[in-house]
Design a protein around this ligand. Structure first.
Ligand code: GLU
Length: 301
């Protein structure tokens, strides 16, 4: 018998967008599970996008290992995975649109040229010249962006003062994350971006790009970051606590607790499928901690 498709609400499409820089760890599992639960709670779809934009930072095999780990946690994309390495034409077209509207320009300034301005670009340093310029998005003075984050509350940033003109294509070739994420969130019809709070202050840049490109602005929810014992973000490159796909339940329970959900709700689940069913039934978005960062929990007994 064919399984009936889960009815989904056309008003909600979420996503998880890892970079293949190492194994899936507790922090990324939290973002994956949090975005999946919110999507399911709203009867929406959940897509996976592989942000393989930056080959020097990537670890061979990491993308496939992350996808296998997600599958072991029962978290599988509702549509084929979108690989950013295949999306150059779309990024190029967006860049040309920005240029055509006067929002993007070639820039020969090096990091050293910008050191006196604290690394912030406001105007090109006269005479700065190097082969293969970067392309920057022009942020006029006074470009203030504010948005209502579903978890962090209202967040505002004066993008010109805090960030300045930012790179959309790097001098050494790769597309910048900020451009690629905006183009792909629109291409995939993402209505709700749920991710770690380390990206909260990137969001105003992304909103400026959406406005300049005439793209819809998704809703945003930034989950608290998990910090290691020294108070640093558990980054994939550090591989702080890689989760074990061969024994997914302990990490799944830890991520569930970090989302502020009642630990007992998953009692009795002996396998991932059962745990996710219980998680869907008991998930309360209002219980997600409204904080920017929180310490790693102790290991589950
Ligand atoms: N690729 C980013 C990361 O792994 C996430 C980007 C996003 O969710 O917008 O941290």
């Amino acid at each position: 018998m064919t399984k009936a498709p889960t009815p989904t609400h056309p008003g909600y499409r979420g996503r998880f967008a890892p970079s293949p820089t190492g194994p899936l760890h507790l922090g990324s599992l939290l973002a994956a599970l949090g975005s999946w639960l919110l999507a399911r709670h709203h009867r929406g779809e959940w897509l996976v996008r592989m942000e393989d934009l930056d080959p020097p930072r990537e670890i061979p095999g990491a993308a496939d290992a992350q996808l296998r780990a997600l599958a072991a946690f029962g978290l599988e994309s509702d549509a084929p995975v979108l690989w950013q390495s295949t999306r150059g034409d779309a990024y190029r077209a967006a860049l040309e649109r920005l240029r055509g509207r006067g929002h993007a320009f070639d820039c020969h300034c090096s990091r050293a040229d910008l050191a006196d301005a604290g690394g912030i670009h406001r105007a090109c340093v006269p005479g700065a010249r190097r082969e293969g310029p970067a392309v920057r998005f022009r942020v006029p003075p006074g470009s203030r962006v504010a948005f209502d984050d579903a978890i962090q509350g209202r967040f505002g940033q004066d993008v010109a003062a805090a960030v300045g003109d930012f790179v959309v294509r790097r001098a050494d070739g790769p597309w910048a994350y900020q451009l690629a994420v905006v183009v792909d969130d629109a291409e995939q019809g993402i209505t709700d971006v749920v991710r770690g709070a380390d990206l909260l202050d990137s969001t105003p840049r992304q909103i400026l790009l959406q406005r300049a490109l005439g793209l819809p602005e998704p809703r945003y929810a930034h989950l608290p970051l998990v910090l290691d014992d020294d108070g640093r973000k558990l980054s994939k490159s550090l591989a702080g606590t890689p989760v074990d796909p061969a024994d997914p339940l302990p990490a799944l329970r830890a991520a569930w607790r970090l989302l502020g959900q009642p630990p007992r709700a998953l009692d009795g689940a002996g396998a991932v499928d059962a745990a996710l069913r219980l998680a869907r039934a008991h998930f309360d978005p209002a219980a997600i901690p409204r904080m920017n960062a929180m310490p790693t929990p102790g290991v589950d007994p």
